[in-house]
Design a protein around this ligand. Structure first.
Ligand SMILES: [Zn+2]
Length: 397
């Protein structure tokens, strides 16, 4: 499973742990698999799932790894060891159980992407900025509040003002630093007052305040987020004037008329400019070490990630457990988490994993990897493509 956006909960045979791969029909408010995923995109929302599923269904679903938000949902054939479709195995399945035979999976389900998401993906902004908007709109960023609720941070409080929990709204709009930046750059803009996803707020501005420039507003969000990361990872307190200037600089750069149409070229240009202006003079890299483990008796997977600054000091980390059925899933989850964290740092980062199999797969673009972790591998690859400053290294155990 990738993002789960094209998987129909009841019509598709999407659950490997069930005899028919399908859910029993039931009364469900949700239609698509992604609606059963928590807002952060990383875990199943078991509270919702339990409302309309049997215990066996719940257990089977919680074992399915969830892909990146932009990962494509893919179909695998369960009746061959290779997971590749063969006519012979299909005939066998057909004969074995005509009643339960699987229909040909249709990967072209109508996507229920709302107007706001379509609009977001159509914006001519750097891909990593669009990804950032997507993440903050789905509360899929590592705010202190989110980390704290998963027991990965000792406190939910804002690292800048210490006046309230650091959730997306506080971090980007309500924190005094953020509020001053908005006041300086967009004094007439009405900031979101409720829990609206940021993308809805942006679309509202686009449709109702034509005088406002979406790239300028987005640049402000981005600059506030980077300033917040400087505080968290380097201990540098943000200054309104610096953040304000950074926002204007990014915006000016994004709308440079000489911007080439090719996404790749544009990324490279953006990167070199951005890097030169925002990186510390030190060239040494940040490091992220990750590892995963799997207990076959309990079918529990554990993973952990630690972040070291260029001085070798551990500055942050996170860990988690979930149910699954193989060791490669544990390693892939650890690596995906490490790459996601590294992407949020916006510095060059060396990532270390002891899973040679996984690293070999990642280094060979022709390989898709084991089916259980295919969507995650795709997610890791797309992040590495977006953030060329991230490099994965093998480190022996
Ligand atoms: Zn604050």
């Amino acid at each position: 499973m990738g993002s789960g956006r094209t998987i129909s909960l009841e019509k598709d045979p999407w659950i490997p742990g069930l005899p028919t791969f399908k859910l029993q029909p039931g009364i469900r408010q949700q239609l698509w698999a992604f609606q059963w995923i928590m807002d952060d995109g990383c875990e199943w929302n078991l509270d919702i799932i339990r409302q309309s599923c049997t215990t066996a269904e719940v257990e089977a679903i919680r074992r399915i790894p969830i892909g990146n938000e932009d990962a494509r949902d893919d179909w695998v054939w369960h009746f061959e060891r290779s997971r590749i479709f063969t006519v012979k195995s299909a005939y066998h399945v057909f004969r074995e159980s005509e009643r339960n035979r699987l229909g040909t999976p249709n990967p072209n389900h109508p996507d229920c992407t709302s107007k706001a998401w379509k609009w977001l993906w159509s914006l001519s902004l750097p891909p990593k900025i669009i990804s950032f908007i997507w993440r903050i709109s789905r509360n899929a960023v590592a705010t202190k509040r989110n980390l704290w609720s998963r027991r990965c941070s000792p406190s939910p409080m804002c690292p800048i003002c210490d006046l309230g929990d650091e959730d997306v709204r506080h971090c980007l709009f309500q924190c005094p630093h953020a509020a001053r930046v908005w006041q300086a750059n967009h004094p007439s803009l009405t900031l979101p007052q409720d829990a609206w996803p940021v993308v809805m707020w942006l679309l509202d501005i686009h449709e109702n305040s034509p005088a406002s420039s979406i790239p300028a507003v987005v640049a402000c969000l981005w600059a506030i987020w980077l300033a917040r990361n400087e505080r968290v990872f380097k201990g540098i307190m943000p200054r309104t004037a610096v953040t304000t200037v950074n926002a204007v600089r990014d915006f000016t750069f994004w709308r440079t008329p000489s911007q080439p149409p090719s996404t790749v070229d544009f990324q490279a240009q953006h990167r070199s400019n951005h890097t030169a202006l925002s990186l510390p003079p030190s060239s040494s890299h940040w490091e992220i070490h990750c590892d995963g483990s799997f207990r076959s008796e309990s079918q529990v997977v554990a993973y952990g990630v630690i972040i070291k600054n260029p001085h070798g000091q551990v500055v942050d980390g996170c860990a988690g457990t979930f149910f699954c059925s193989s060791a490669i899933v544990a390693e892939a989850k650890a690596l995906l988490t490490a790459v996601r964290v590294a992407a949020s740092l916006h510095y060059p980062v060396s990532i270390f994993s002891d899973c040679k199999v996984l690293i070999d797969i990642l280094h060979d673009p022709r390989r898709v990897g084991p089916w259980q972790v295919r969507a995650w591998i795709q997610g890791i690859r797309s992040l590495l493509h977006l953030y060329p400053g991230l490099v994965i290294f093998f480190t022996p155990r």
